[in-house]
Design a protein around this ligand. Structure first.
Ligand SMILES: [Zn+2]
Length: 259
């Protein structure tokens, strides 16, 4: 998210606010705009630009790791993502041509390709109709990056977190992919820990696997993951590729394979 605002071509717009932004990080810039009433117009335009940018992403025709990740799980599993772009949604839709037995998909910060029904709370592909109320889904709101995140403010995002916490509380294997749990995400990390220990404080036989970039220094692992590893009796593995995880080794039977 560093340099992202410039990439959006938004630098000139920011200059009109006469604020001296000390950081080029999207979270810092957005938080500053959100704290000032007089910047509301610029903030809304920035939100629109972010939404448009992430809506423009497209998958290549060839199979991707997203397709394989989705296909490696079944309906008793769940993938929860912070991604705003719709690539995971598009991969899910094309994997549905192979099987309907696919994991639940959850979008913890909203998603440009996901809609929901404010009446009954069901959610799905953004331009579909609610299967219960037959009205067009409303676009899910993106949770824009403020320093103090409020996961309860938006009904859709709150529901997504509630579902995710239910899955996390009883998961045998938790795989963390592309998320380093920075200290600034204290609220999210606290929610993760509480959900993980909701049913049992100690989970001696469960497993956490983290997929990190190749050459990652294992000593740089986030404190949050160190804490989680204590609950699982040290059963924490750091892998450098999706293909080294239980998901790829035992697709659709990862827990059976692990046991
Ligand atoms: Zn509905």
């Amino acid at each position: 998210m560093k340099g992202f605002v410039e990439k959006l071509g938004f630098s000139d717009m920011l200059a009109t606010t006469n604020i001296n932004f000390t950081s080029d990080n999207l979270e810092d810039i957005y938080s500053t705009l959100a704290e000032r009433k007089e910047c509301e117009g610029v903030r809304l335009q920035l939100e629109t630009a972010i939404y448009k940018y992430f809506s423009s992403f497209e998958l290549p025709d060839a199979i991707t790791k997203y397709d394989l990740l989705i296909l490696s799980l079944t309906k008793k599993d769940c993938i929860a993502t912070f991604n705003w772009d719709g690539l995971m949604v598009d991969a899910y839709r094309r994997m549905m041509r192979i099987t309907q037995d696919l994991p639940e998909m959850l979008f913890l910060h909203g998603n440009v390709k996901v809609g929901y029904c404010p009446e009954c709370g069901s959610f799905g592909y953004y331009n579909y109709h609610c299967p219960n109320c037959h009205t067009t889904f409303s676009p899910s709101k993106l949770l824009y990056p403020v320093r103090q995140k409020n996961y309860n403010k938006d009904n859709f995002i709150k529901d997504q977190w509630d579902l995710f916490e239910d899955y996390l509380s009883c998961a045998s294997i938790v795989t963390i992919y592309g998320y380093s749990a920075p200290k600034t995400d204290a609220d999210a990390i606290e929610k993760l820990k509480n959900a993980f220990t909701r049913i049992a404080k100690m989970r001696y036989l469960d497993q956490i696997q983290i997929i990190e970039r190749p050459g990652f220094n294992h000593n740089e692992i986030s404190d949050a993951w160190e804490d989680l590893s204590e609950y699982v009796h040290g059963h924490l593995k750091i892998e450098e590729s999706f293909f080294d995880t239980y998901l790829a080794e035992f697709p659709r039977r990862s827990v059976e394979g692990y046991v």
